[in-house]
Design a protein around this ligand. Sequence first.
Ligand code: HEC
Length: 290
Amino acid sequence: MIRIIAALAGLVFAGVALLAFFNGAYTALTEEPQHSADHEFHLEAHGPKGGFSFDGPTGNWDIAQLQRGLKVYSEVCSACHSLKFVAFRDLEELGYSEAQVKAFAATKQVPGIDPNTGEATTRPGEPTDYFPSPYPNAVAAAAANNNAIPPDLSLMTKARHHGSDYVYSLLTGFTDPATFEKDGKRLMEEFPDFTTPDGLYFNPYFGNLNLAMSPPLVAEGQVTFDDGTKATVPQMAEDVAAFLTWTAEPKLVERRQTGWGVLVFLLFATVLAYFAKKQIWAGVKPKKKA
Ligand code: HEC
């Protein structure tokens, strides 16, 4: 009797499993793949030609590049984006002297309090101050940018997949949707209804292809680099992407170098352990087979 019940229960389980399988297979075969412009025409982020200097396990910062990136941020991006986790004194890590940092900080106005009236006001920055926000509050930021708040950039390269590549691609990726093609397919032929609403700008690296940031880097020489590097759009984009990688993880290179040190130490410890084992067991002879 028990055997019959067990067999029946087994049959029911097998039947349900089979049903579920066919149901799933049917849906998989008949369901249309997602057909939308942002799904089919989104581009994967890529880095600059030759990659960044800090790519890979042996990469390193290019200090001159980080200085150029700071200049691009200060002269272009800081009009809309804050950098609230970076203090002016952190810039000493980019090779600036204390006096240079002090002078740089003093050129920025930060929120302060009038010592006589207690009213909110602004004062020149000190090295211990953080980069100020360009807007007094989120409402003002949204009002000035077609209702989109420019996000803080301190941690941006960590907040996006392949963040350094993404920032580079985004800044160099603005293009005309009318002529945009991917894999030989034209966006406007596949999706004739696709539009970029007023106040938004087409960029295939952005999730839904239209974003509220107008192309910030548009002309060669928009920034003048102190080291004589030619300020092409890809160069400025690469430099500011490198700078924002540094703001998001200033210890990136140090962390990797510590890793190498740990590897060398572990290798040394392994060799040491091997010889110690030999020494300790030296007196013990293997038993002879009878
Ligand atoms: C005129 C104002 C303005 C300037 C100048 C500007 N941005 Fe933006 N940025 C915006 C706005 C607004 C958004 C939000 C866009 C959205 O969400 O649609 C944004 C978004 C971004 C994003 C985030 C995109 C995402 O995935 O969410 C990055 C990265 C960025 N900007 C980088 C920069 C860099 C680097 C510069 C300087 C080279 C710069 N921006 C200059 C207004 C600006």
